[in-house]
Design a protein around this ligand. Structure first.
Ligand SMILES: Nc1ncnc2c1ncn2[C@@H]1O[C@H](COP(=O)(O)OP(=O)(O)OP(=O)(O)O)[C@@H](O)[C@H]1O
Length: 256
């Protein structure tokens, strides 16, 4: 589904992503781990089209997509979840879902200007989808609650819900477990698994919570200092001395 070949990203003279190559097979949940500053988020930014790489290439669904904007990638089914924007905190959970732009350009409001009936039909479809997402995520009881009032875990579920409003094929999740209590964390894991197994979403997940990585992810890729250190199943990656060394380096560095 996704193929990264020798991706490089520099900030000034600093190489944040250093010749990263790997493939993501359709139907998998790939875990991306590594110590702070390893380059994980920068790599996500490259994949999602936030900025183009200095060099290297990205193929998605067999097509060369290097340098395409995040908007163009979104329409191809490559979706990155973001924290709910601050200005959306005043909107309800339901409205937040309904604000996700349509996945198909043909569904734009402009196209529907021609016919009031089509506008109403499109709106009804979006609302139905939004309720389905809320039901799936067990959030119907907070449908009319402002997003800003939701707990950390409920916000993460809502972010996942926003991907359900699109024709997502590949979803990039950046630290889904951060700030989520243990109960909601289990629910979040279940929902990610169901979206993967039953709805066919492929995921790449950056996460520091190793329990979540162990439960959900195969394969696991560990990065350090901008490079891919190792790829394999959780046990193999965890046992690799280079991985231990990379994390220990972080501990020593942090303490200094
Ligand atoms: N816009 C930027 N300008 C300059 N340096 C940057 C920029 N974005 C990231 N970096 C640097 O690139 C390196 C990789 O950062 P990145 O955020 O990708 O790491 P990470 O693995 O996601 O870390 P964390 O787990 O802490 O989120 C870091 O040293 C960071 O300071």
């Amino acid at each position: 589904m996704l193929e990264l070949d020798q991706l490089v990203m520099d900030f000034g003279g600093f190489r944040a992503v250093d010749r990263c190559s790997f493939r993501v097979e359709a139907g998998t949940i790939t875990g991306l781990i590594g110590p702070n500053g390893a380059g994980k988020t920068t790599l996500f930014n490259l994949i999602a089209g936030a900025f183009p790489p200095v060099s290297g290439s990205i193929r998605f669904l067999g097509e060369e997509v290097t340098g395409l904007s995040s908007d163009a990638l979104f329409h191809k089914g490559l979706v990155r979840t973001f924290q709910i924007p601050h200005e959306f905190h005043r909107l309800t959970a339901l409205e937040n879902l309904m604000m996700v732009p349509p996945a198909q350009p043909g569904e734009s409001l402009f196209a529907n200007w021609l016919s009031w009936g089509r506008v109403r039909a499109a709106e009804a479809k979006v609302e139905r989808l939004a309720w389905e997402a809320l039901e799936f995520l067990e959030l119907t009881h907070v449908a009319h609650e402002r997003a800003g009032n939701l707990s950390g875990g409920q916000k993460k579920l809502l972010e996942l819900g926003r991907t359900m409003m699109t024709d997502a094929r590949l979803v990039l999740l950046d630290e889904p477990a951060a700030g989520v209590n243990r109960t909601l964390l289990r629910k979040l894991e279940d929902k990610i698994r169901i979206l993967n197994e039953e709805r066919g979403y492929t995921f790449i997940l950056i996460e520091h919570d190793m329990e979540m990585i162990q439960k959900l992810c195969a394969p696991v890729i560990c990065m350090a200092e901008g490079k891919v250190l190792i790829e394999g199943d959780f046990q193999t990656v965890r046992a690799d001395p280079r991985v231990l060394e990379a994390y220990l380096g972080e501990t020593v560095g942090d303490a200094a």
